[in-house]
Write a new protein. Structure first.
Length: 254
C-alpha cells in the first residue's frame, strides 16, 4: 500500500466514524423528540391562555364596558421557560439511559443540541403563523397582543423567526447546563448554583446603582442594533452554555 492509498484509507475510516457519530446523534434527537410535551404542551398553554383572555375581553365588551385599545399578555414567555425545564429533564433522565445504550457523551450532547434546534424551528414557525392571525383579526377583535407583540420590535419576519430559534436554543442550553449540574452535584449543586446566580445579580445591581450606571444600561439596549440583540446575544449565550455544559458533562458519571 502506497502513501496515497493509506491516506485515502484513513479518510474513509474518519468518514465512517463521523457517519456513525451523526447516526447516533440523530438517534438521540429522535429519542428526545418522542417527549411530545416538548412541542405540544407549551403551545397548548399559550393558546389556552390566549383564547381565554380574548374570550374574557369579548364578554366584558358585550356587557357595555369599554376595553383598552391595546391589551398585552405575556404568556408567550412560556415557550422559553418550558424549553428550559424540558431540556433540564431530558438531560437528567435521558443521559444515563443513552449511556447504557453505548451512546457517547459527545453524541448525546450533539443530539440534544439538534433537538433544541428542532424545537426552536417549530416555535419560530408557529410564532409567525399566530402573530399574523393576531394582526389580521385585530387581536381576536379585542386588540389583544400576545405573539404579534414581536412586530413592535422589528417588522422583519426573518429576524423574528431566527431570533425565536436562537432564544429557544439559548434557554435549552441553560436547561441542559442545569441538568448537567444536577447530574454532577445533585440537589446541593443546584442550590449552590442558584445562590451564586442570585448573589452575582445582586452585586451587579448594587454596583450599577452605586456608579449611577442604569442610564448607560438603558442606552445600550436603545443604541445597539436590534439584530445584535435578537441574534448575536442569544447565539453567544447559547454557545457558551452549551460549551461549558459539554466540558462539565465529560466528567459526569453515567
Amino acid at each position: 500500500m502506497n502513501a496515497q492509498e493509506a491516506t485515502i484509507g484513513r479518510r474513509d475510516v474518519a468518514t465512517g466514524v463521523r457517519n456513525v457519530a451523526l447516526t447516533r446523534a440523530l438517534a438521540v434527537t429522535r429519542m428526545n423528540s418522542r417527549q411530545w410535551m416538548l412541542f405540544v404542551m407549551p403551545w397548548a398553554i399559550v393558546l389556552v391562555v390566549l383564547w381565554a383572555h380574548a374570550a374574557i375581553l369579548a364578554i366584558i365588551r358585550s356587557q357595555g364596558v369599554e376595553i383598552p385599545d391595546e391589551g398585552f399578555n405575556g404568556v408567550g414567555s412560556t415557550l422559553f421557560f418550558f424549553s428550559l425545564a424540558m431540556f433540564a429533564s431530558i438531560t437528567t433522565q435521558h443521559f444515563p439511559f443513552a449511556m447504557g445504550l453505548g451512546v457517547t457523551r459527545r453524541d448525546f450532547y450533539l443530539g440534544t443540541a439538534l433537538t433544541s434546534l428542532c424545537t426552536g424551528v417549530v416555535n419560530g414557525v408557529l410564532v409567525l403563523i399566530f402573530a399574523q392571525i393576531e394582526r389580521a383579526t385585530d387581536g381576536y377583535s379585542v386588540h389583544l397582543e400576545v405573539l404579534s407583540v414581536v412586530y413592535r420590535v422589528t417588522d422583519s419576519a426573518a429576524l423574528v423567526f431566527f431570533s425565536m430559534v436562537l432564544l429557544t436554543m439559548a434557554f435549552a442550553a441553560l436547561g441542559v447546563f442545569a441538568g448537567v449540574i444536577y447530574l454532577k452535584w445533585r440537589a446541593n449543586g443546584m442550590f449552590t448554583a442558584a445562590l451564586i446566580l442570585a448573589f452575582a445579580a445582586a452585586v451587579a445591581a448594587l454596583l450599577i446603582t452605586w456608579q449611577r450606571g442604569w442610564p448607560a444600561v438603558g442606552r445600550f439596549f436603545v443604541d445597539t442594533p436590534i439584530a445584535v440583540l435578537l441574534l448575536a446575544v442569544p447565539a453567544v449565550l447559547g454557545a457558551v452554555l452549551f460549551g461549558v455544559g459539554y466540558r462539565m458533562m465529560r466528567t459526569v458519571e453515567a
